[in-house]
Every structure is written in structure tokens, then in C-alpha cells.
Design a protein around this ligand. Structure first.
Ligand code: ADP
Ligand code: MG
Length: 728
């Protein structure tokens, strides 16, 4: 192993940045491999074009006969760009994307062949997908699941395949993917938000959810990554002593991008342009070899597709640059982990960002309505929101010594805090003309459209208002954004629906004016949402204590956090909003719990193997050298040898101590795993993996890392942190 380590380091040191030439302007490359509006105009009949546009904009159904025209146009375009195959492209609950390529090619008898792609193949497929996770929805003897075209996300060419974004559902109609519930949640949001918008502007017909994600990742040389069995198998390091220098000097963040990484980014960005992913920002992150990439925000369903596609593209492009991309939330202990901030807002078809303060008191009242309803939704559903971002990887960020914490809270900044304080004092019942004028002029009307203190002041809040959007920062870097976006949109849609009912009741029963009613309802929401608002430092014991007093949940682990997904309240919420039925909610819970178990199980096996078969033998080998040395000293110096051999003797004993601890901990861990594996109940199993198996990782690691400090560097088998993080 140590030979592999030194071989990898040498290889890495010899690498040169790959030469990247950007010959064309990005604006010209943008969307070239996407079946977008411009391309559709060129390749589709007028009827087919109108039909796709109507489906995209208003969700209308596409007629089967028109589908044939569309598929033919798509095929002609794809072939003209060198594509030979087509595939339904979907996002099963494994967390990655799935595709199965079929050739356009078809024989027609008499030794002849043509290229064909029919409407029915565009609209629906039945992938043999019985091995995708389904949480018991689809018994294997039952028919397969099927994929169905999502015309709201344009088809694209990736490699030599025409990819058609699709949903993936069981034969009985239950969602088996991330996209289906997301589309339903976005529909619920659209319906609920439009109804509320009507209070302010009768012309609003559609509200779109926008999402701008920020993808954090590590780039490690592929040879170095391959030299670590833990990175290869689990995507993170399970052991390794911290480097003397980590991120304490803050010299990586926003620093100049290393040459090889920059070449990678430029290459990647070109690919993104072709695929219509509007990437805009790139920079170094806090930890060494950690980076971030962010696009211009987009409609949420499209943005989720783009992020899933991007992660795949990042992997592919990294091979050309001899890198391995680490998406894991915590690849290295002791330095920052990776997240994927989800910037979220709502906009109308009349061009208004509903989460941006406006220029008039009326538009600001609309802004405050959406702003306060969002706060109330998060306040009432903080546990469900926490559940939406739970995963084995993200547990290392949330609830460990790193911001954001496992406690959900909202940061809104000083100015808006003041506005809420004022609104909380609004008179109960009808407002006097004087009060209303005063509110409009001095409170609502005075919200500046640029909120200065709201940008990046508070980096520790898991959910922050940043001027014209909320930023859900606790999302993990490996996550499919579809999951948190489904939950966030569902809870806010539900809240807006309730709001509408309450306001209408006040207007009807109490004969209040619309504004009075709105102020009255908002006042109560502010009063009832106090516990979620927190402007302070989001991690540490003080906040944990305070949060507990406020009654906020603090689930540090995935098995504890996920439970909220199947509480009576959550199941009803998803049902009421038409997002998921009970079977779907329960299936997801089971799948995620099982995913958790499998990940911890794999990590446990890999760690046991590395500790016992890589570290211990090397420690013994080194110890033997020391023993030989001591024996030699004794031969030379006789009884007085201890004077010269004391340090070696101490080392021999220390090494023995660590070896015996490793051996007994690995044995215990294996026993705990065995016992847990026998459990039938998946909840109990996840619980035991979390609280009985996983804690042993820490002690095994501790002793291995101690040995790393004792054993001769020449023979140490595992590539060290300083080599992984600082060779580029
Ligand atoms: P940072 O958070 O790093 O300071 P920005 O605030 O400029 O960066 O933007 C981060 C992300 O938020 C980008 O992807 C950007 O496109 C997105 N974003 C900006 N405005 C909105 C919006 N109204 N809705 C959703 N996302 C947005
Ligand atoms: Mg941000």
C-alpha cells in the first residue's frame, strides 16, 4: 500500500493542467444541445410547437397524435447533432440519475433499416426497473414501473443520446422518484399562491417557484483518491490524522483557483453551456481543495434537473482532468464539509418576485404576506424541514461541530425584525384610518427594496432571508434538491391556503376590509412564529439550550430526524396538498432509513478492513523494527541498554496499546453489525446502526490516527490528509 501511496503522490506532482480552449462565446454555446424554444420552432410543425409550449406554460395535456410530430422533430434534430440513441432520463430514489439507451435504428424487413422514434416512445416507457428502491410499493411480481415524459423540462443531448426528462411511477400510479412529488408540490404552490396574489393583483395567473442552488465539492487527484479504499468505496475518508495546516489561515476561501482546478472548471462550464445549465459563479471554498459552482436561478423543476445532470457531468469531466469529485457532505474530518444552498423564491407571470420588497406600500404588503407566511410555514413544520435534509452524510454537518446546526431557525435581519415588531402591535379588529395610513407610510412603505444587512452577515443560519429570496442552507451537497424543494413548497402552499381561508373569513364574517383582514391575520402569525426567528450565532451550546426552551427540535441523527416524515401531521399535509399519499410517504421513509443503514454498514465494513488489514499489519511491522533495535541495543550495551532504548520501549508499548484497542473495537463493531442485521424492523435496525455500530467508528479511528503519528512515514499505507488536501 505505501508503494501505491508514493506512486500516487508522484503521479499527482507530475500532472499538468489540461489545456482548455474556449473558442466560442458562452452565450453562443448556451443551450446548443437542448431542444429549446428556438430549436423547436425550427424542427416542429406549428401545431406541435404550440402544443409543447402550452404544456410547458399551462400544464395542458399533449395529444397523442401531436406527440408523433414532436418525436419526429426531436429525432431529426438529435440525429443532426450526432445522436444515435434516445433515453428516458429520470431521478429514482437512489440519489443519482438513471437512463437506458435505445437506438433510433430499426429494421423494416428485406435487409433494410431506418431511424425511428415514435410518439409513444417519447411519451411513455417501461424500463426494467425492478431493482430501483421502492419501499415496498412495487412487489417484484407486480408489473414494472413506467416513465412518462415531463414536457416542462426540455430534452437534451448528452454524449450520443437524446435524453428525455421523465417522471418515474409505479403501475398503480405511486411516485418512485424525486420529480413526481416535486411537480405536484409546485402545482400546489402555484394554485395557493395565485389565489393569494389576487388580493393584490387580479391579473396574476401563474406563480412559479424559482430555485438557485450552490453546489459545493472537493477536487482530489484521481490517483490520490484511488489510493484510499475509503474514498473509493464510501466517498469520504474514514480515518486520517489532520494535517498540521488545515483551513485555519483562511487562505483558500476566494483565493486564486489552482491551475488544474481552473482548467477543470472551464471545461465543465463549457459542457454546462451546451446543456443549457446557466452556470455563472465559481470560487474556492473554505477548505483546501474545496470549491463551489452556482448557476443563475431557474424555475425549480428545471433547476432540480439541472443540478442532477450537473453532478453527472462533473463526474464525467473530472476524468479528463485526472480528478475525482467528492460530493460527500464531509469527506475530511476537521475541515469544512460541503452543502448545497437552495435559494428559493416565488415569482408571478406578471414579473413580480413575491419575496422581494417592492416600491409601493401595496406591493410591500404583498411581499410581507408571502414573507410572513413562509416564516409561519417553517415555524409550524420545522421538524419536517429537518427531515427533508437528513442523510448519513449530512449528519456530519448538522449537529456536528459545524454550521448550520440540526436546529431549524430563520434569520431575517434587523430591518425586517423591526417591521415584524411593528406589525405585531397592529390593533385587533378593524383598523382606524389613521393607523392604516401610518402603517402604510411608516412601516410597510418604508421597507427599502435593497436590504443591506441581509446579505451574508449570518452564515450560521440554516434558513436565511437574503434580500429577495430565502436561502435554505442546511441541504447536503449530495442531495437531490427535489426532496427539500418538495417539502418547502408543500408547507408554504398549505400555509398560503390556510391564510386565504382566514382572511376571507374575516372579510365575510367580521365585515372587515381586505387590508384590515390581512393585517389581522399576519399579526397573529407573527405572534405565533416567534420561536423560529433567531438572529444569533447558530451553533454552540447556548443556542441549543435556548432552542430547547423554545420547543424547537434538535435531531442530530438521520433515524431520529426522518420520523417526522411519517407523523400523522405530515402524512395528512402531503395528502391534503395532493403531493403524496400515505403509501408514498411511508415508502420514502423506509427507503431513506434503509439507505442510511446501508451506508453505515458499508462504512463499517471498509473501516474494519482498513484498520485490521492495512493499519495493524504495518504497525506490527514497525513495532518489529523497534524490537529488533532494542534487542540490538541490549546485545551491545548489556544491562545498561535501557538508557538508550527507553523511547523505543515506550513506542513498542504505545503501539501495542493501540493495536489491541483497534482489534477489540473492530470485533465489537462487527458483532454489533451482525446483531443489527438480524433485526426485522427497519426502524430498530437504523437505530442500532446509528447508536451501536457508528459510535465505534470514532474509537477505531482515534487509535488508527494515533498510530499514524507513531509509525514511520515511509511505510504508512494510507495517503495522508496533507497529501490529499494540499497536492494539486
Ligand atoms: P451568495 O449567496 O453566494 O452570496 P447570491 O446571493 O448572489 O450568492 O446568489 C446565490 C444563488 O441565488 C444564485 O444561484 C442565484 O441565481 C440565486 N438567486 C438569486 N436571486 C434568486 C431568486 N429570486 N430566486 C431564487 N434564487 C435566486
Ligand atoms: Mg448563498
Amino acid at each position: 500500500m505505501s508503494t501505491l501511496r508514493f506512486h500516487a503522490i508522484k503521479k499527482t506532482l507530475d500532472r499538468k493542467p489540461v489545456h482548455i480552449e474556449e473558442k466560442e462565446r458562452r452565450s453562443e454555446l448556451f443551450g446548443r444541445n437542448v431542444f429549446n424554444e428556438a430549436t423547436m420552432r425550427q424542427f416542429l410543425t406549428k401545431e406541435a410547437f404550440n402544443s409543447v409550449m402550452a404544456a410547458m406554460q399551462n400544464g395542458t395535456k399533449i395529444d397523442r397524435s401531436v406527440a408523433d410530430h414532436i418525436s419526429t422533430g426531436m429525432k431529426e434534430w438529435a440525429i443532426s447533432k450526432g445522436a444515435t440513441h434516445y433515453t428516458h432520463w429520470f431521478q429514482p430514489l437512489t440519489g443519482s440519475t438513471a437512463e437506458k439507451h435505445d437506438a433510433f435504428f430499426e429494421t423494416i424487413g428485406n435487409g433494410l433499416a431506418i431511424e425511428k422514434f415514435g410518439g409513444s416512445q417519447l411519451v411513455q416507457q417501461e424500463p426494467d426497473a425492478s431493482s430501483f428502491p421502492n419501499g415496498g410499493i412495487r412487489n417484484t411480481f407486480e408489473a414494472r414501473g413506467y416513465t412518462a415524459w415531463d414536457p416542462t423540462s426540455p430534452a437534451f443531448i448528452y454524449g450520443t443520446a437524446l435524453c428525455i426528462p421523465t417522471v418515474f411511477v409505479s403501475y398503480t400510479g405511486e411516485a418512485l422518484d424525486f420529480k413526481t412529488p416535486l411537480l405536484r408540490a409546485l402545482f400546489a404552490m402555484d394554485t395557493a399562491a395565485v389565489a393569494v396574489c389576487k388580493y393584490f393583483d387580479k391579473n396574476v395567473k401563474k406563480v412559479n417557484t424559482s430555485l438557485g442552488w450552490e453546489q459545493e465539492y472537493f477536487l482530489i487527484d484521481s490517483a490520490l483518491a484511488a489510493s484510499r479504499p475509503d474514498i473509493v468505496q464510501t466517498g469520504r475518508t474514514l480515518l486520517g490524522h489532520s494535517a498540521a495546516k488545515g483551513q485555519q489561515l483562511d487562505d483558500h476561501y476566494f483565493g486564486s483557483i489552482p491551475a488544474r482546478a481552473l482548467a477543470y472548471m472551464r471545461d465543465l462550464e463549457t459542457e454546462c453551456m451546451l446543456l443549457g445549465i446557466p452556470v455563472k459563479t465559481r470560487h474556492n471554498e473554505v477548505a483546501p481543495n474545496q470549491f463551489e459552482l452556482a448557476p443563475i436561478f431557474d424555475e425549480a423543476n428545471l433547476a432540480v434537473d439541472h443540478n442532477s445532470l450537473l453532478m453527472d457531468v462533473m463526474d464525467k469531466v473530472s476524468e479528463r482532468h485526472n480528478f475525482k469529485v467528492l460530493f460527500h457532505e464531509k469527506p475530511f474530518a476537521g475541515v469544512n464539509g460541503s452543502g448545497k444552498h437552495n435559494n428559493w423564491s416565488l415569482s408571478t407571470d406578471t414579473g413580480i418576485n413575491l419575496l422581494g420588497p417592492g416600491k409601493t406600500p401595496m406591493s410591500n404588503l404583498q411581499f410581507l404576506t408571502f414573507f410572513i407566511n413562509t416564516i409561519k410555514a417553517v415555524n409550524d413544520n420545522e421538524e419536517l424541514l429537518r427531515a427533508a435534509i437528513a442523510s448519513a452524510g449530512n449528519d456530519h454537518r448538522l449537529g456536528a461541530n459545524e454550521a448550520p446546526p440540526a436546529i431549524m431557525s430563520i434569520f431575517i435581519g434587523e430591518q425586517l425584525t423591526n417591521v415584524l415588531n411593528e406589525l405585531e402591535n397592529v390593533t385587533n379588529g378593524k383598523l382606524s384610518p389613521q393607523e392604516k395610513t401610518d402603517l402604510k407610510l411608516n412601516v410597510v412603505g418604508k421597507i427599502p427594496d435593497v436590504l443591506l444587512d441581509n446579505t451574508d452577515r449570518n452564515r450560521t443560519s440554516p434558513f436565511a432571508f437574503t434580500g429577495n429570496k430565502f436561502e435554505f442552507r442546511a441541504v447536503g451537497s449530495t442531495a437531490n434538491c427535489g426532496n427539500p424543494m418538495t417539502v418547502l413548497n408543500t408547507i408554504v402552499a398549505k400555509q398560503l391556503t390556510d391564510f386565504k381561508v382566514e382572511v376571507d373569513q374575516l372579510i365575510k364574517k367580521k365585515e372587515m376590509k381586505k387590508d384590515d383582514a390581512i393585517f389581522n391575520v399576519l399579526r397573529e402569525y407573527i405572534k405565533n412564529s416567534k420561536k423560529i426567528l433567531f438572529e444569533g450565532n447558530g451553533y454552540g451550546e447556548a443556542w441549543e439550550k435556548e432552542a430547547k426552551k423554545r420547543g424547537l427540535s434538535n435531531h442530530r441523527t438521520t433515524p431520529e430526524a426522518l420520523k417526522a416524515k411519517v407523523s400523522k401531521k405530515s402524512i395528512k399535509l402531503f395528502e391534503d396538498m395532493g403531493v403524496m399519499n400515505k403509501v408514498e410517504s411511508e415508502a420514502r421513509y423506509e427507503i431513506e432509513m434503509e439507505d442510511y443503514v446501508m451506508r453505515i454498514q458499508i462504512e463499517g465494513r471498509v473501516l474494519g478492513d482498513i484498520a485490521r488489514n492495512h493499519i495493524v499489519p504495518i504497525a506490527v511491522q514497525y513495532q518489529n523494527r523497534l524490537i529488533k533495535n532494542v534487542v540490538g541495543l541490549k546485545e551491545i550495551y548489556g544491562a545498561g541498554f535501557k538508557k538508550f532504548a527507553q523511547e523505543q520501549l515506550n513506542l513498542i508499548e504505545d503501539i501495542s496499546g493501540h493495536i489491541s484497542s483497534i482489534n477489540s473495537d473492530v470485533t465489537r463493531m462487527t458483532d454489533e453489525r451482525r446483531t443489527a442485521n438480524l433485526l426485522e424492523d427497519f426502524e430498530q435496525k437504523a437505530h442500532d446502526y446509528c447508536f451501536k455500530v457508528k459510535p465505534l467508528f470514532d474509537s477505531i479511528r482515534y487509535h488508527c490516527d494515533k498510530l499514524e503519528l507513531l509509525v514511520d512515514d515511509e511505510i504508512w499505507p494510507m495517503t495522508k490528509y496533507r497529501e490529499l488536501l494540499f497536492t494539486n
